[in-house]
Design a protein around this ligand. Sequence first.
Ligand SMILES: Cc1cc2nc3c(=O)[nH]c(=O)nc-3n(C[C@H](O)[C@H](O)[C@H](O)COP(=O)(O)O)c2cc1C
Length: 164
Amino acid sequence: MSHQKSSPADFSRNFRNALGMFATGIAVVTTRTPEGDPIGLTINSFNSVSLEPPLIVWSLANQLPSRAIFENCEYYAINVLAEDQEPLSRLFSTRSDDKFGSLDVDTGVGGIPLLKGCCARFECRNTVRHPGGDHVVFLSEVLNFDRQSLPPLIYHGGAYRRLA
Ligand SMILES: Cc1cc2nc3c(=O)[nH]c(=O)nc-3n(C[C@H](O)[C@H](O)[C@H](O)COP(=O)(O)O)c2cc1C
């Protein structure tokens, strides 16, 4: 094992690569702007926290333009993507002002958009936020959820995967 100090660029790349060894699902977090426009982005920082009360966690990069909207919204949804929804993951991880286009959505608490065809959907109250370095950590109460028995989309090592 080398004891040489790595450069900041090496550290950052190696850190990302090591984090990428943790296989996750993929979700799209959705809400509405104060004007009522639907917004959303792809995340893999989602995880469960508490059963009683029901709490989930995810983190949002500080520099994203939607940060203020997510910080101030009352409700948002976590839509857990199914295996065949990789195109949705790509759509919602690409900068655009109209990601929803003609997408047909369901409506959740407070009018938030819920994506169709997902493995699971969690409607959340925007409860607590904590600064987390270059991200904001959202810790939120789950108000409603549903589930479909569909295989999930997996993310590992920087690539989309499927269950064997
Ligand atoms: C697999 C995957 C996981 C991601 N996870 C997160 C995440 O947890 N938090 C985050 O802020 N951005 C995450 N991103 C990046 C956002 O999806 C991306 O920056 C997106 O363009 C943000 O939407 P916007 O450009 O419309 O603001 C992820 C992207 C991908 C492809």
